[in-house]
Every structure is written in C-alpha cells, then in structure tokens.
Design a protein. Structure first.
Length: 270
C-alpha cells in the first residue's frame, strides 16, 4: 500500500518535501519497472495507492493520523510504503510497528539531537524520540557523515550503531550488509527508512539538507536489497525537495522504492 505524507513543517534548511509524493509518483510512471537484483518486475506486484494522508500544520496531530493508518495496514498484513515528506514522519509510522522492531535508517545524519531551534519534535530529533518512545531492539544508521558532538555522545550511550559513508566505501556493500544483518538477528520486525540525503548531492541534489561525501546509488540499492527481508513490514522514502532540481532526485526515490519492494517480494516467494 502506497501512502503519501506531504508534510515538511519542521524543515530547518531547505523546504519542499511536501511536494515530493506527487513528484515521485510522476517519476515512477516514467522509469522501467524490472529489477535485475530481484529478477522481478514491479508491474507483477499487487500495489494500491491510497493517495495522500490529510496532514495538518501540527506535527503531533499529523503523526497521530499517520500512526493510525499504518497500524491498520499492518494489522491487515499489508506492506506500507510511505512517501514523504520530511523525516519526522518515520516516528509516526514506527509507532505503529509495536514491539520487537528494528529501525534501519539510510541517512547522512544521525538525527539524535534532543532539540533543535527550540523544537524537540522535528526531522533533526526524531530518531532520539523513536529510541525513547518505542525502544527498538536495534537502531542501525547507514551512510552517516554529518553529526554534532551531542549526537555522537547520545548514539554511544544509547547503543545506536552507525556505518559512515567512508566505511561503506572501504568495506563494500557485501561486507557492510553482513555486519548489518548480524545486528538485526534478534528483530522480529524491521522498519526501513531512506532519507535521500544519504546519496551524494551529485546524484540527489534536491534534498532538504544536502551533505557532500555521500553514497553512490548502486551502494544504496545494493545495501537496501541485501538487508531487506520478509520481516520488513513497512518503509519510507523521505526528504526529497523537488523544487531544487529537474526531477533526478525523484527518479532516485522511485527507483529505491521499486528495488526495495521487488526484493521484499522475492524474500516472500523464497
């Protein structure tokens, strides 16, 4: 089930993620659908687009609505695909997952500040709120390269694992995926979130907080498909800001969704 969440109220640098659900849908109609990684064509999957969540200017209320919808989908044994929107929306969806869930986050940032610009609920703090409120079995952040000392200290204290972009390039996708999968061994459920700023701005320039020294698309797709399995009940793709390019970033987002969905389907067939 596809659900757009056009929400970017707490954005702190560039705005525009509220336009991403429409742009990514349009991109998805104009790229090919076969995944060589999964040997599956996404046109063979049973997909339904629910349209966009009715968001408000209030983050608390928007996340509450999102949580209710995602919980209904999970209870109905439907895989939820959320198209953001800013990264704060991951908190609402993750709440719907219940206990024994691992959070797998592809992101340039750790997003574990306690507050930023006098806000404790935002796209810069949501991962800390997830850790406090949901208490996941594991939080794994991949592609990290933009942090402050507060975030590093909290990650160490909270036992949050992260893999830097430099480390991934050195070790390669295969070795990195093995380490990630080992961390996920005890999880009963997985929530996957992909912040498009995990990619280098050369490949995804239209994001809300671009950061140099990022991953290449093939690293992202390889890692996503190597760590996704039938425990992945929901995922999101967030932080695209379409006004800042000519559609390249939306295409990256659509391709990420295609690869993830096809590989999750493959694990259910095997």
């Amino acid at each position: 089930m596809i659900l757009g969440v056009p929400f970017d109220v707490t954005s702190t640098y560039r705005t525009g993620a509220r336009f991403a659900p429409t742009a990514i849908r349009e991109a998805s109609l104009n790229i090919e659908t076969y995944s060589f990684r999964a040997s599956i064509d996404i046109e063979d999957l049973k997909l339904h687009d629910l349209g966009d969540l009715h968001v408000t200017g209030d983050a608390v209320e928007t996340l509450k609505r999102e949580e209710q919808v995602v919980k209904e989908l999970i209870d109905a044994k439907k895989i939820s695909v959320l198209i953001g929107g800013e990264h704060t929306i991951t908190l609402g969806a993750a709440r719907a997952m219940g206990k024994n869930v691992a959070i797998l986050d592809f992101d340039a940032h750790l997003d574990t500040r306690n507050e930023y610009m006098n806000q404790t609920l935002s796209h810069t703090t949501f991962m800390r709120r997830i850790n406090e409120q949901i208490k996941p079995t594991e939080i794994v952040e991949i592609g990290t390269r933009a942090v402050c000392k507060e975030e590093l200290s909290y990650a160490k204290k909270a036992g949050i694992s992260f893999f830097t972009s430099q480390q991934i390039r050195k070790d390669g996708a295969e070795q990195t995926a093995k380490k990630i999968k080992k961390l996920l061994d005890d999880a009963k459920k997985i929530y996957l979130t992909v912040d498009l700023d995990v990619l280098d701005p050369a490949f995804a320039p239209a994001v809300q907080n671009p950061e140099p020294d990022g991953l290449c698309p093939h690293h992202l797709y390889d890692l996503v498909t190597k760590v996704c399995d039938k425990r992945t009940l929901a995922f999101d793709v967030v932080e695209a800001a379409p006004p800042y390019d000519n559609g390249v970033t939306a295409i990256q987002a659509a391709k990420t969704i295609f690869e993830a969905l096809c590989y999750i389907e493959k694990t259910h067939r095997s």
